[in-house]
Design a binder for this molecule. Structure first.
Ligand SMILES: *[C@@H]1O[C@H](CO)[C@@H](O)[C@H](O)[C@H]1NC(C)=O
Ligand SMILES: *[C@@H]1O[C@H](CO)[C@@H](O)[C@H](O)[C@H]1NC(C)=O
Ligand SMILES: [Zn+2]
Length: 472
């Protein structure tokens, strides 16, 4: 634990988390994995004021809580920092899992991000309680044990600690503390699929981009305040007008924006409904104020609410195939601390049930003829043009609803393959795909890559972070 308090120690820890590739020792079969449906519901967590009170924690208190928890539960947690804010505060991530230091081959990594807007800190506190809930329930709650045994959950309670530091408790609206210390809105700071985003990349955004390029997250939630709704991609649209300061323009957009739907719209709606329906009141779709919209079933498409450029959820989905949604969990952005307990009661089941959705759909490996994993094989579910890639262990995951599907699998130097599979409600479908070496020599006129339809090549391009943005 002393290790963790030094810079060198944190480096070592980062290396451990990012760099351990012991495939053999951590390879486990996923065949006997049980879908969460068969388990008893998670039990309510009874907060223990000695460990974590329902108050707002400043950065030092938050750091102390995370350090103390990782020291107390070394088998269930690992603490690492993905970088620092402009003012030098660590962007802490707590992993909670029965394998906190190593990716479990075949099992998904998922994440929550809190407080991207510094003045929306309910999510930040909810995530601290979620950590406490997981570690204190692991031995007594079957559902939590199942989730932690089969998932690595990465929790970034605050992405904008500098903004939080200048925010004021009790302030329900307004922008003070929303931005990072240089005045950038971090949820407008990501590369955008639809529009050129000219905003200068901020250290907090760069840290998150780097993080999600290293760990293949299957599912993610970003926690906000100021509304009560689960909002799903796309946030941007090919034809949005950007409102700068005109209130009239903003109002016009609120009522006229058209949905901007992804090819995985059924899945995103489902994920949003899982959150809303397990929440104490979100799915009732009640407006926060008479002047704000009421959302049917407590969910909305992002662009249909209001379009924005440079949002985090579109980036997660388009660049990495990670299904991220935006969770607006409090009408008041920074409500008084005495309301936190109520917010926890309203959200605790949603926060857990949402993560379990990473175990729905198809998962498996792509192998070469010798049975070795193929890294960066591209996979696309037919009819869903946003693809995804295998990890260095050849793994892939895709959340899908019950039905019949075809997947197209390609990798450089191998003959493309199409495979059919069925998804059922009760458990994920396990699918291993072996690719045969391409008969064509790379570079010859008939090679597989050259024969791919143009659209697919564009998709591969989209998925490669090293290439320039797709919006030339
Ligand atoms: C798929 O491959 C993995 C990794 O080798 C293996 O553990 C699993 O049993 C295979 N699953 C099926 C359905 O063949
Ligand atoms: C952690 O796991 C190891 C090995 O399974 C065990 O010996 C040890 O007691 C555990 N420690 C705690 C604090 O649970
Ligand atoms: Zn927000």
């Amino acid at each position: 634990m002393i290790l963790r308090n030094t810079i060198a120690g944190q480096l070592v820890l980062l290396l451990l988390i990012y760099g351990r590739h012991t495939l053999l020792s951590s390879a486990k079969t996923v065949a006997n994995e049980q879908m969460s449906l068969a388990l008893p519901e998670p039990r309510a967590y009874l907060p223990d004021a000695q460990n974590l009170d329902f108050v707002y924690h400043d950065h030092e208190e938050l750091t102390r809580f995370l350090r103390a928890t990782s020291a107390r539960y070394p088998n269930l947690t690992a603490l690492y920092s993905i970088g620092k804010s402009i003012q030098g505060r660590d962007l802490w991530v707590m992993v909670v899992s029965s394998s906190p230091y190593e990716h479990m081959v075949g099992k998904p990594d998922v994440k929550y991000v809190g407080n991207i807007h510094g003045n929306e800190p309910v999510g930040r506190e909810m995530l601290l309680h979620l950590i406490q809930y997981f570690v204190s329930s692991y031995n007594t709650d079957q559902y939590v044990k199942w989730l932690l045994d089969n998932t690595r959950i990465h929790i970034l309670p605050t992405m904008n600690p500098d903004g939080y530091a200048v925010s004021k408790e009790g302030t329900c609206d307004g922008g003070q503390g929303r931005y990072n210390a240089r005045g950038f809105d971090l949820n407008r700071n990501f590369p955008d699929y639809f529009k050129q985003n000219n905003k200068r990349g901020q250290p907090e955004t760069d840290a998150v981009k780097d993080w999600i390029s290293k760990i293949q997250f299957v599912l993610s939630g970003s926690l906000h305040g100021g509304a009560l709704v689960a909002s799903y991609p796309y946030d941007n649209t090919p034809n949005s007008r950007i409102c700068r300061s005109s209130a009239l323009c903003a109002m016009f957009q609120t009522y006229s924006a058209a949905p901007s739907l992804t090819p995985d719209d059924d899945v995103f709606k489902h994920l949003s409904l899982v959150y809303a329906r397990n929440h104490a009141k979100m799915s009732r779709g009640v407006a926060c104020k008479s002047a704000t919209p009421a959302f049917e079933n407590g969910i909305t498409n992002g662009a249909a609410w209001y379009p924005l450029t440079g949002g985090m959820q579109d980036f997660n989905y388009v660049w990495y195939g990670c299904m991220e949604i935006t969770l607006e969990i409090s009408c008041c952005k920074f409500p008084p601390a005495y309301e936190l307990k109520k917010y926890w009661e309203d959200n605790q089941l949603s926060l857990i049930k949402f993560l379990a959705e990473a175990h729905r759909g198809v998962q498996g490996f792509v192998f070469d003829p010798a049975g070795m994993p193929i890294e960066r094989a591209s996979i696309k579910i037919k009819g869903r043009d946003v693809g995804f890639q295998t990890t260095k262990y050849g793994e892939f995951w895709r959340i899908l609803l019950p039905g019949y599907y075809k997947a197209e699998v390609f990798a450089e130097g191998y003959a493309p393959r199409e495979v059919e599979f069925v998804i059922v409600e009760q458990h994920p479908t396990l699918l291993n795909v072996t690719l045969q070496a391409s008969k064509y020599i790379v570079g010859s006129i008939g090679n597989a890559a050259a024969r791919k339809p143009k659209k697919e090549r564009k998709q591969r391009h989209l998925l490669n972070d090293e290439l320039p943005m797709p919006n030339e």
